[in-house]
Design a protein around this ligand. Structure first.
Ligand SMILES: [Ca+2]
Ligand SMILES: [Ca+2]
Length: 167
């Protein structure tokens, strides 16, 4: 398997303690650090990963930056970094994090706009992920038949897709 392709999975497991330490000791050293929401500019993930000695390829890092720019408007908070990094070795946890980030208005449902935006991004880092049209996704994912896709339905559908394309 192409290691670079599978950028979500890492052999390294981060612990909560480690992440707390990075949040306290490392993140505030970055020039763009903002104490009120403990955030940094997306590009400073590059020095951050170097400082914590977590080897990332350029394409991995540029996907994190792209995601941060599109989903969070260019800044990543410590909380988002923490959750994403704790999930790097755990595919299901990572999918959960993606789906929650996809629900950008926080109503618990994935709208057409939220879906299309998210699939574009995922397709960018995962070219083999076939772009499934929204209507088809709803047909496959809408388990309770209400015509809407909630977080749980989206998770289950992505898990299925995940198995189908053998990431
Ligand atoms: Ca939503
Ligand atoms: Ca539904």
């Amino acid at each position: 398997m192409d290691k670079d392709k599978n950028w979500l999975v890492s052999n390294r497991k981060f612990t909560e303690e480690e992440m707390e330490l990075y949040g306290k000791e490392i993140l505030p050293q970055l020039p763009s650090y903002r104490a009120e929401d403990r955030s940094i500019e997306s590009r400073e993930m590059i020095p951050f990963f170097k400082m914590i000695k977590w080897p990332r390829t350029d394409s991995q890092t540029s996907q994190y930056i792209l995601w941060t720019d599109k989903v969070w408007g260019g800044r990543i908070t410590f909380e988002n970094l923490r959750v994403a990094m704790l999930a790097t070795h755990d595919r299901i946890r990572y999918l959960q994090w993606i789906v929650e980030a996809l629900d950008s208005n926080g109503d618990g449902y994935i709208s057409r706009e939220e879906y299309e935006f998210g699939m574009d991004l995922m397709a960018a880092h995962e070219p083999t992920l076939a772009k499934v049209p929204y209507e088809q996704m709803v047909r496959e994912a809408d388990l309770n038949g209400d015509g809407l896709i909630n977080i749980d339905e989206m998770m289950k559908w992505l898990e299925k897709i995940d198995n189908r394309i053998q990431l």
